[in-house]
Design a protein around this ligand. Structure first.
Ligand code: ADP
Ligand code: MG
Length: 326
């Protein structure tokens, strides 16, 4: 409980795409290399995520669904060096409290799978045998069925699905080795095969962003003691895409002011154009150098050495753009 109290509680379930985000992050944390996502009616009817990760032991299933139960932090000290996407232990409990959630899982050590679901007002976790390969399937049915006010805030199926699609794109960019399929109402909408070579990676980037972006960008890859920056930065171009803005810190998608500022400044100084460039960029830095426990949705970070990180990004991007336009 002491550890749990250190972790600020927050609201994680805003709409179907936030559920999908939490579930996919759990699959990635479980070491999955393949994730299959099934959506019905924009996620309001069904969100089903199946992975081939480690699974959860039968006797841990109840814990997985309870609030502030995380298997990812053992000590308070771990909070200073988070290397998993999840760590608050509240996503499954929150989602399960506003939907009909079942969690079906099998570990390598088990010959049988088990299904857990929470029932009744007190959310008592029940467990029954099930059929499932090694890995986990989480099924979220009738999201917000018991919170009509929030259900009312859902937009059209199409809009909600578009949010999910955009999220899946972001995830597919964050992990090139991941195989991902996304279906809506039974129809395959996206299918990403594992991309290991640079060509395969660039093909994935092009299919997610646009061929236009890929044809007018510079690849960059630079490193300085504890920090690494790599990816692709858009060059000035008549039809430069406005919506290609993907940045990741240690595999975590970010909307970060410091990163944006460094990029914009580098682009402006290199090109004379005051605009936000298009980019797909990955920053890798020691987990002890960043604090990810800033926001419940975990899309902001705090760099301990903010100035250094800013200047490093600025220089790397400035150099790449200057080379690209000369
Ligand atoms: P957190 O990710 O912050 O630990 P969650 O509520 O998202 O909290 O998940 C609770 C726990 O359930 C995780 O710590 C993990 O042990 C287990 N878990 C959830 N999803 C999966 C999955 N797909 N595969 C294996 N374990 C999982
Ligand atoms: Mg989680």
């Amino acid at each position: 409980p002491r550890l749990a109290n250190q972790i600020a509680a927050g609201e994680v379930v805003e709409r179907p795409s936030s559920v999908v985000k939490e579930l996919i992050e759990n699959s990635i944390d479980a070491g999955a290399t393949r994730i299959d996502i099934d959506i019905e009616k924009g996620g309001a009817k069904l969100i089903r995520i199946r992975d081939n990760g480690s699974g959860v032991e039968k006797d841990q299933l109840g814990l997985a669904l309870s609030r502030h139960a995380t298997s990812k932090l053992a000590t308070l000290d771990d909070l200073e060096a988070i290397d998993s996407l999840g760590f608050r232990g509240e996503a499954l409990a929150s989602i399960s409290s506003v939907s009909r959630l079942t969690f079906t899982s099998r570990t390598k050590a088990q010959t049988e799978a088990w299904q857990a679901y929470a029932e009744g007002r007190d959310m008592q976790v029940k467990i029954k045998p099930a059929a499932h390969p090694i890995g986990t399937t989480v099924e979220v049915v009738d999201l917000f069925f018991n919170t009509p006010a929030r259900r009312k805030f859902l937009r059209t199926d199409k809009t909600e699905f578009n949010h999910i699609d955009e999220l899946v794109k972001r995830i597919a960019l964050s992990r090139f080795d991941l195989q991902v399929t996304l279906k809506h109402n039974g129809k395959v909408i996206r299918s990403y095969r594992p991309a290991s070579t640079v060509e395969q990676q660039e093909r994935r980037v092009a299919s997610i962003t646009s061929t236009n972006f890929m044809a007018n960008c510079m690849a960059l890859d630079c490193e300085h003691s504890d920090i690494k920056l790599w990816g692709w930065i858009g060059l000035p171009h008549d039809n430069a895409p406005m919506d290609v803005q993907y940045s990741y810190v240690n595999g975590r998608m970010m909307r970060d002011k410091l990163i944006n500022h460094a990029l914009r400044q580098a682009y402006e100084e290199a090109t004379g154009i005051a605009a936000q460039p298009a980019y797909v960029l990955f920053i890798e830095v020691s987990v002890r150098e960043v604090d990810v426990n800033v926001h419940p949705a975990k899309h902001e970070v705090r760099f301990h050495q903010a100035r250094l990180v800013h200047d490093f990004i600025f220089q790397g991007v400035f150099k790449a753009i200057t080379e690209g336009i000369s």
